[in-house]
Structures are given as C-alpha cells and as structure tokens.
Design a protein around this ligand. Structure first.
Ligand SMILES: [Zn+2]
Length: 134
C-alpha cells in the first residue's frame, strides 16, 4: 500500500507537478520577489497575483517536529515524524522526516529533500538528515 496521492488544486498544481519530477519548488512573487509556501493565489507581502515557480535547493534545517501516534493508517510507515523545515531560501514547509529514529531528531539539524511515491504515480517531498545522528 502506498501513500494517498496529494490533492491537486489550481494553486498547487505546479508544486505537485515539480514533486513528481523530483524537484522542490515554491511560488515566487513577480512583483516583490518574495517566496511563499504553501501555494496560494496572492502575495502576502504586496498583494500581487503575478507569480512564478521557483526551484529550491531542497536543503534546510529542522525548525520543529512531532511524532504522530494515532490513528494509524496502513498506507504509512511508522513512526511518522511530522516536521517543519526552514528551507535555505527562507520558506518554511510542513513535511515528514525519514531515515532517522525519533529519539535522534534534533532541532536545527541540517536536512535535505527526497521524494516518496504516492498512489496515482505522484510524489511527495520528505526530508532526511544530512549526516549520521548526533
Ligand atoms: Zn509580492
């Protein structure tokens, strides 16, 4: 069983299309240049609706995390670690942390993006630590 596919909307279609291709992107405002995530129609800074898709490096640090205990879904591998990652470009993203035991997760740890396949041949970005556990 694989993860459920993400729900694609007009606003987030470019994000999920990039993820399917193994790329992490954010929306960039064409007026003021601010990057934003999650995708939405208007810039929170200058209210412009002119936007572009900007590819990100996929590197950042753990801002915070939580271990999800229940209810369990057979489509996921446990433990599931929900993580907030501060990406190097200044965007914060909600994701999962993989390849690490919950006891070894550290706030501020450097992480990088990888992708997990979902149903419907799509993919979701998840993050794994850069190095061995501290
Ligand atoms: Zn703007």
């Amino acid at each position: 069983m694989t993860r459920p596919a993400p729900i694609v909307t007009d606003d987030n279609a470019s994000f999920w299309e990039a993820a399917r291709g193994g790329k992490l992107v954010a929306q960039g405002c064409r007026e003021c240049g601010r990057l934003r995530h999650p995708p939405r129609p208007m810039c929170p800074e200058c209210h412009s609706i002119q936007q572009e898709t900007v590819e990100l490096a996929g590197t950042g640090t753990v801002y915070s995390y939580a271990i999800l205990h229940h209810p369990r879904n057979p489509a996921f591998t446990y433990p599931v670690i929900a993580v907030l990652v501060d990406l190097d470009e200044g965007v914060r993203i909600v994701s999962n942390l993989v390849g690490v035991e919950p006891a070894d997760v550290r706030i501020g740890a450097p992480v990088h993006v990888t992708f997990e396949t979902t149903a419907d041949d799509m993919a979701v970005p998840v993050f794994e630590p850069d190095g061995p556990p501290a």
